[in-house]
Design a protein around this ligand. Structure first.
Ligand code: NAP
Length: 323
């Protein structure tokens, strides 16, 4: 196998995805004097752009999601990270143990290390009517679509942090928000649950799953539900449905076998390196206890610093190999 020579690569590290993890990794890579390229398909900020108010990022008691996204982007750029708008289609290993990253705009970028911070996409219920009414009453983003539902009765599906937090957010617009959950307790954090329980516009419907979303030309009209304990069917008239039942990690672009858990989240070591040497993962794509902004930037810090050490070791091995 040919030994790596840093001149073979146009970058030291390619960061795939521009959410908090990607921006933080790019910032640290820049500070480490690495030639870093960050590729993001939309606006930098990731999930921050789908969140109205952030209240759990230490040091910022309350900040708009888009404002924090802008601050993180400017910070990464200040330390020299180059950010391009493009969609990564594939990450493949090359014959030197580095990576070739190809994009939708037909570009090919090469680097000896990649940090994958591509986040995930919202999980779908997979019930009749969900696809048909997507964008016409069915939504996966309260910040994006909430204002279209002024005065409506809405249903939020799920029992995690996202469902409970977004239900509270939707009460700004809706006359009533039902939270439909398949069990008899939420997995959301205690503080978010308390806010939901204290909100007079929120009513929780426990032990129910959605079997069908029905509607007409103007949008959704009702949900067909089934009780998970008694099996009893019921209907719930609603003008819109917001689905927050978790999300699937965006790992399909990796064209190598990478070790992952049963839900597809990548397993890393303590340095954020995956089972593929030189391929690091940070943020929501990584298997871990929780997915917060703070954990994403923590992962990313470790990953960027680990990349510096990994590259130094690679250079050392190449020198020994060449001697
Ligand atoms: P999550 O924590 O995985 O919760 C998903 C919820 O959807 C669970 O209550 C689950 O029910 C339910 N669910 C899953 N599949 C379902 C189905 N087919 N039908 C009905 N219900 C279904 O996902 P999330 O709320 O999107 O959060 C993802 C991560 O982001 C978490 O780590 C979370 O802490 C973090 N997050 C944090 C905040 C915050 O701190 N402010 C906000 C948003 C997200 P079961 O409980 O029965 O499994």
């Amino acid at each position: 196998m040919t030994q790596h020579n840093s001149n073979e690569y146009d970058r030291d590290v390619i960061v795939v995805g521009g959410g908090p993890a990607g921006l933080c990794a790019a910032m640290y890579a820049g500070r480490g004097m690495l030639r870093a390229l960050l590729i993001e398909r939309g606006l930098p900020g990731g999930e921050l752009l789908n969140t109205e108010l952030i209240e759990d990022y230490i040091g910022f008691e309350s900040i708009l999601g888009r404002e924090l996204a802008e601050k993180m982007t400017n910070h990464a750029k200040k330390f020299g990270a180059e950010i391009v708008t493009d969609t990564v289609e594939a990450v493949r290993r090359d014959e030197n143990g580095g990576f070739v990253v190809t994009t939708a705009l037909g570009k090919t970028h090469r680097a000896p290390a990649v940090i994958l911070t591509a986040g995930g996409i919202p999980s779908k219920l997979g019930v009749p009517g969900e696809k048909e009414y997507a964008g016409k009453g069915v939504s996966y983003c309260a910040v994006c679509d909430g204002a279209f539902f002024k005065g409506e009765v809405l249903a939020v599906i799920g029992g995690g942090d996202a469902a409970v937090e977004e239900a509270v957010f939707l009460t700004r617009y809706a006359s009533k928000v039902y939270v439909v959950h398949r069990r008899d307790k939420f997995r959301a954090s205690a503080i978010l649950q308390r806010r939901a329980f204290e909100n007079p516009k929120i009513e929780v419907i426990w032990n129910k799953v959605v079997e069908q979303i029905e509607g007409n030309k103007r949008g959704t009209t009702q949900l067909r539900l089934r009780d998970t304990v008694t099996g009893q069917p019921s209907t719930l008239p609603v003008g819109g449905v917001f689905i927050f039942i978790g999300f699937k990690p965006n790992t399909g672009i990796i064209k190598e076998h990478v070790t992952h858990d049963s839900q597809g989240y990548l397993i890393t070591d303590a340095h954020m390196m995956t089972s593929v040497p030189g391929l690091f993962a940070a943020g929501d794509v990584r298997a871990q206890l929780t997915r917060q902004i703070t954990t994403a930037v923590g992962d990313a810090t470790t990953a960027a610093i680990a990349v510096e050490k990994y590259l130094a070791k690679r250079r050392e091995n190449a020198t020994v190999g060449a001697a």
